[in-house]
Design a protein around this ligand. Structure first.
Ligand code: GLC
Length: 591
């Protein structure tokens, strides 16, 4: 252990001991008293940092649930909260520590819940507040925390705030949204929606246009209005008090717009909807976003909660900004950049991981979610798909940082994209077909077993079940020690048993190798786990630079090997079959 690491450890312990937390606790108690609630379900012991300065969310494996598609308890073809509750044993056995549920609030479902019409209730399609409370309580008994999805950028056009706002130009809520006059009978400027067409829709009643970065049914809130800020923070508090452990913040990049509404510069080419590409400098990533992140963080800190950002960034430096200059913004801004790598490539992954490591901050890599083609489909080569899924799992779970898996990744679910426009549910796909087919493919029902509808529902599922459900499902894979699911279980268990994998620094072990990504994770005490991943379709033999993390005589004990082995008597030389995976622990007794 270097001197600097020892010093850092001591400093963190001292800081934890000195951090004044009593103020927040007192405030929390006051809130409960004011609201007349017995005891905040969310009140949790404070100051739970470990020696490395890490909190619960640095160690937990997060799991994203798209509630429509996870488990249907009442046979209506759409998943629900009771369905999620019924699967808590499964999630606990997998090793999940927190679930992020995408929006389950009342909504006309134009954007499947991302158009919220009431932030403080549950959509009847998913159940009731009582069902939610039951989920929180039972999840707690399973050591699983609940993360909700908060949509701050826009509401539904059916939200009472917007209905009031559009009712007249003088309504007190008029300024809660972005209203402007048109220009010569046209929208106020050239901004185009990420879901196609102008970002402006004319309201015939008042003759003004309102702004929406997404669908017209998702009007943007005006975050420059202090009443909006207060109302939205109050909504977050409502859920913290019910026991929510944090939020995933939707579309934070787009909270603010240039008040002068300057036209965006036009770029060459057309988007998938046939509109000119734009450089969105006047309606995305405005500096004011960070003020709001700081406000939300202050509130989150009162509840020991975590904020995860949907932060689409072009590079690592942009991502760094979301942690805040004083680490006072998001604890977990998502690094969505890996999802843009179309194929596995050791140099490309290595370069990106190193850049993120060098930037500091706690990494939150993302490889799949409800908006992105599943990693199984994206990175699969059609021949070695299951082996590639095992490689992706190993990389994802063993890199430094907090993983956020997407439901079904653990069983190798693949995209099931619609083949005809008339089958498309996602309006984005209906509008953009065939260039933009929408996101139905990555949102299909969870595959629980090989019975009809993969055990997801007794009714007609809202989306067709993926084609590989007979072989890739929880029941079948649970019985097979070599399945993708069994590997996930093993590797997540390894994360919790090996401190090096939770806390340890990342050390690159084969800098220039074009095919194999190899790294070590080493903790403060010198415990070391090494990982070698063959990202190529041909067999490889690598010589790892073990001298960087261990004495020359060190030996490694294999923990996981799928299509891989170390040379007898030479722990540094590993042979890997195509997409082979090797994980070993440096046995310090053999040094
Ligand atoms: C985010 C969500 C996406 C949604 C959009 C608009 O990108 O992940 O599903 O459509 O925001 O709310």
């Amino acid at each position: 252990m270097t001197k600097a690491w020892v010093l850092a450890g001591i400093l963190v312990i001292a800081m934890c001991a000195l951090t004044p937390r009593g103020g927040a606790q007192q405030k929390q108690k006051k809130d409960a008293a004011v609201s007349g609630q017995k005891q905040d379900a969310g009140a949790q012991p404070k100051g739970t940092k470990d020696a490395a300065g890490h909190e619960w969310f640095n160690h937990a494996v997060f799991y994203e649930i798209y509630p429509r598609s996870f488990a249907d308890s009442n046979g209506d073809g759409v998943g629900d909260l009771k369905g999620i509750t019924s699967k808590l044993d499964y999630l606990q056995h997998l090793g999940v520590g927190a679930i992020w549920i995408t929006p389950c609030f009342p909504s006309p479902q134009v954007d499947f819940g991302y158009d919220v019409s009431d932030y403080e209730a549950i959509d009847p399609m998913y159940g009731t507040l009582a069902d939610f409370d039951e989920l929180v309580a039972k999840a707690k008994a399973h050591n699983i925390k609940i993360i909700l999805d908060f949509v701050p950028n826009h509401t539904s056009d059916q939200h009472k705030w917007f209905l009031e706002s559009k009712s007249s130009k003088t309504n007190p809520k008029r300024d809660w949204y972005i209203w402007r006059d048109g220009k010569d009978g046209k929208p106020p400027n050239n901004w185009t929606s990420t879901f196609g067409g102008s970002t402006w829709t004319l309201d015939p009643t008042t003759g003004q246009y309102y702004y929406h970065y997404f669908y017209a049914q998702q009007p943007d809130l005006n975050w420059r209005n202090p009443e909006v800020r207060k109302a939205m923070l109050d909504c977050m508090r409502f859920w913290y008090k019910r026991g929510v452990a944090g939020f995933r913040l939707d579309a934070v990049d787009t909270l603010f717009e240039d008040p002068d509404l300057k036209d965006n510069p036009i770029l060459p080419g057309l988007d998938k909807f046939g509109f000119p590409n734009e450089h969105e400098i006047y309606n995305k990533k405005l500096p004011e976003v960070h003020d709001v992140m700081r406000d939300m963080r202050k509130l989150a800190d009162e509840y020991d909660a975590v904020l995860i950002g949907e932060t689409w960034t072009a590079n690592v430096s942009e991502l760094r900004d979301y942690y805040g200059e004083k680490n006072d913004e998001l604890q977990m801004p998502m690094d969505l950049m890996l999802t843009q790598f179309p194929k596995l490539s050791a140099p490309q992954f290595r370069e990106h991981i190193t850049a993120l490591e060098d930037a500091g901050g706690w990494p939150v890599f993302v490889i799949s979610n409800h908006d992105i083609v599943r990693s199984y489909t994206r990175w699969g080569d059609g021949k070695n798909n299951d082996q590639i899924a095992k490689l992706a799992a190993t990389m994802y779970m063993l890199l430094r940082g907090t993983p956020i898996m997407y439901y079904g990744e653990e069983i190798g679910m693949e995209n099931n994209d619609p083949k005809r426009k008339e089958d498309v549910q996602d309006p984005q796909g209906r509008r953009g077909w065939p260039k933009e087919i929408g996101r139905d493919g990555e949102r299909t029902p969870m595959q629980w077993n090989d019975s009809a509808n993969a055990g997801f529902t007794t009714g007609k599922p809202w989306l067709p079940v993926g084609p590989n459900f007979k072989t890739h499902n929880v029941a079948t894979e649970s019985k097979d020690p070599n399945s993708i699911l069994s590997l996930y279980r093993k590797i997540i268990a390894l994360r919790s048993s090996e401190p090096a994998l939770r806390e340890g620094k990342y050390v690159e072990l084969n800098g220039g190798d074009p095919n194999v990504l190899a790294f070590a994770r080493q903790d403060f005490g010198g415990q070391t786990v090494i990982v070698a991943l063959n990202m190529s379709e041909s067999a490889q033999s690598v010589k790892l630079e073990l001298g960087k993390v261990a004495a020359p005589s060190a030996r490694a004990a294999t923990l996981i090997a799928v299509g891989a082995k170390a040379s007898p008597g030479d722990s540094a030389t590993i042979s890997l079959e195509p997409y082979g995976v090797y994980v070993a622990k440096i046995d310090s007794r053999l040094r």
